[in-house]
Design a protein around this ligand. Sequence first.
Ligand SMILES: [Zn+2]
Ligand SMILES: [Zn+2]
Length: 253
Amino acid sequence: MTWTPVDCHAHTTMSDGALDVGALVERAQAHGVRPSVSDHISRDVAGSVKDVAGVRAYLDALDEYPVLRAGEFCWHDALWREIPPDLVSRFNHRIGSIHGFYLDDGTLVHAFGRHLPTDLTPDAYMDAHLDQVERFAAEMPVDILAHPTLIPIPLRSLSEELWTPAREERLVAALAGAGIAFEVSARYRPHERIVQRAVAAGVRISLGSDGHSADQVANIEMPLAMTRSLGVRDEDLYDPISHGSRTQGVPAE
Ligand SMILES: [Zn+2]
Ligand SMILES: [Zn+2]
């Protein structure tokens, strides 16, 4: 069998995506990729799966389709801590996202918020972000860190300056230590140097469209071109079927 890329990260109408699962499968076939459904499982995303009963119904629905069963969990929302083992074992892979986190004073800093707390400088934000990445890697049972370079909207134009080599190193070391894959996202494109650093550290790389619409879902051309240009072998890209899931005792190769 020839190698076929996996889109490890895509959304449907079961959270905030525009396509139903059948339409997502068709888009994946059109792009020649193997589809995953990784809808939001979080109380902090509108329209998402919001409780354990909902997770069960979600997995039951996915069983009807030729898709990898995944989910995108928010680090800052506790729902991921409540998923019972019988449901955990039904996922092919799980994705963790730092869509936000709580500062020591209890303030939620959200990646999609329009403003940062006024007394929080960009550098202080980044240092807090890296503290959270290290906690995430130590605590969260996921296979992939989604869109690893995502930072709040007011800071995005400064992204390449704020992701200093030292901060990149902390993120990569945290993922390497935990065995969590680094996602190259088609939606929140990482700068090349951090991907290079992840590859050099032996962190597994995962491709994700993070698609919500028909033109986005399963379109992983850019991420695949980037990983190939950095010398990552296709067969080393994260594939939950070949490489297992660290979250359920399936041995990795
Ligand atoms: Zn996300
Ligand atoms: Zn997503």
